[in-house]
Design a protein around this ligand. Structure first.
Ligand code: ZN
Length: 68
């Protein structure tokens, strides 16, 4: 899949976007909606040497607010 990584120059937020064939184009940061983003080089063939043990860390969207 053509997954590209972008970084926002404003808030330094990194995000990945699935860019299909001229279907969708990343133009702004999903965090601050700033248009100053740049595409990072995709690190695909980089493998960490040694014991590779990455646990699946899922970030659950925290949605807690006072009052209810
Ligand atoms: Zn941003």
């Amino acid at each position: 899949m053509p997954l590209f990584e972008f970084e926002c120059n404003n808030c330094k937020h990194r995000f990945e976007e699935l860019v299909t064939s001229s279907s969708k184009r990343v133009e702004k940061c999903p965090e601050c909606e700033d248009t100053g983003i740049r595409k990072l080089v995709s690190a695909g063939s980089i493998k960490p040497n040694g014991s590779a043990s990455s646990l699946g860390s899922y970030q659950a969207p925290s949605c807690s607010s006072g009052g209810g």
